[in-house]
Unconditional design. Structure first.
Ligand code: PLP
Length: 387
């Protein structure tokens, strides 16, 4: 494979070698069904339970609160639908205008089914309108669902504050922490929430495996019916290799998020992100950062090149071996203007030229320097083509 500079880590991350090594035996020799009574099956069951402990430890949970799923999207669907099924008397839901489509599409379907969904807005930096959040959370609300870190801008919501308001009004609370778990410390015992979604592939685990944390006193209904796996909340033979890989990724992430010295992995990634941002802003006058004044996760920056088109920038960067993303949804190869930047009230010109750079610990400062050096030349070419 030709060398690439991979700055699309909010889409997915490179699995760690330790993760792949841990998975392989469960694809080759250890293929028994973890529900089988024989010793062969029980050995595999043990591996699944070790992974459950590793994932639980990452977020300070207890293992039986972890339900393995096929990824972030399934966890979110199970959380929202599973919670609402237990509350048939209440037909209102509160969420935000900047959620991932995994949440928004479920909300749209709920509206078609007769629910009233309130989409709380954000300011021009992507910070939630707390007054509106407060106002929307009335006693008639069954569920509040909001994200921890935004996948497009990195802007973070204050989970304890928002959740406390929702919980106090009697709502169940779900947090989409797909972009934060494994990257920043998360202690679910300090969050007044009931349900938290996560995905292994966002923190150097494999794709197609995720988990939903279900607080131990919270009852939800299953969405996938079948066998009695995952405490009857998710039927179907487990993705054992994926679960084992996610467990190892969680254990390694835990060591990193627990570090507090300034030389930690997180700080190193933040330094690279900041240097990328500074370099681009200094070299390219049309560049502006979206959400830069808000509290953001340390690996993400969303930079708009006003007047240029996202697709054209993506293609030019791709030809130069630089992988970035629009951050927004893509359909049939073209980029749909971001609903997140729209909710922030940003102009069409800003939204149409937005690029998301998302870093990981596998990036190097030399890569960042290279991107900062080539971007002005590439964009000058584009601007020239336009003129
Ligand atoms: N939620 C957020 C904030 C995400 O960024 C993503 C993936 O990009 C998801 C949910 C969906 O996760 P998955 O692709 O693992 O289903």
């Amino acid at each position: 494979m030709p060398r690439v500079i991979y700055l699309d880590n909010n889409a997915t991350t490179q699995p760690l070698p330790e993760v792949v090594d841990a998975m392989l035996p469960y694809l080759r020799e250890q293929y028994a069904n973890p529900s089988s009574i024989h010793q062969f099956g029980q050995n595999v069951r043990h591996a699944v339970e070790v992974a459950r402990e590793q994932v639980a430890l990452l977020i300070h949970a207890i293992p039986k609160e972890i339900i393995f799923t096929s990824g972030g999207t399934e966890s979110i669907n199970l959380a929202i639908r599973g919670a609402l099924a237990m509350r048939p008397d209440k037909k209102q839901v509160v969420t935000t205008a900047v959620e991932h489509s995994a949440v928004l599409k479920v909300m749209e379907q709920l509206e078609r089914e007769g629910y009233t969904v309130h989409y709380v807005g954000v300011d021009s930096e992507g910070r939630i309108n707390e007054a509106e959040w407060n106002e929307r959370l009335t006693d008639g609300v069954a569920l509040a669902s909001f994200m921890h870190a935004n996948n497009e801008t990195g802007v973070m919501f204050d989970v304890p504050r928002l959740a406390a308001i929702a919980k106090e009004r009697g709502a169940l609370v779900h947090v989409d922490a797909v972009q934060s778990i494994g990257k920043v410390p998360v202690d679910v015992t300090s969050w007044p929430v009931h349900l938290v979604s996560m995905a292994g592939h966002k923190f150097h685990g494999p794709k197609g495996v995720g988990a939903l944390w279900v607080q131990r006193r919270t009852r939800i209904a299953p969405m996938i019916l079948g066998g009695s796996q995952e405490r009857e909340l998710r039927g179907g033979t487990e993705n054992v290799a994926g679960i084992v890989g996610m467990g190892v990724a969680a254990e390694i992430a835990k060591r990193e998020v627990d570090q507090s010295s300034p030389s930690s992995t997180m700080q190193a990634v933040r330094n690279m992100r900041d240097s990328l941002e500074r370099g681009i802003l200094a070299a390219i006058p049309i560049a502006r950062v979206s959400g830069g004044q808000a509290e953001r996760i340390y690996n993400t920056t969303n930079i708009s090149f006003e007047g240029l088109a996202t697709e054209a920038i993506l293609i030019l960067l791709s030809e130069a071996g630089i992988c970035v993303s629009s951050g927004a949804a893509c359909s049939s190869g073209s980029v749909e203007p971001s609903h997140v930047l729209k909710a922030m009230g940003l102009s069409d010109a800003v939204r149409h030229g937005a690029i998301r750079f998302s870093l990981s610990k596998f990036n190097t400062q030399a890569e960042i320097d290279e991107v900062v050096a080539v971007m002005p030349k590439l964009l000058a070419r584009l601007a020239g083509l336009k003129g």
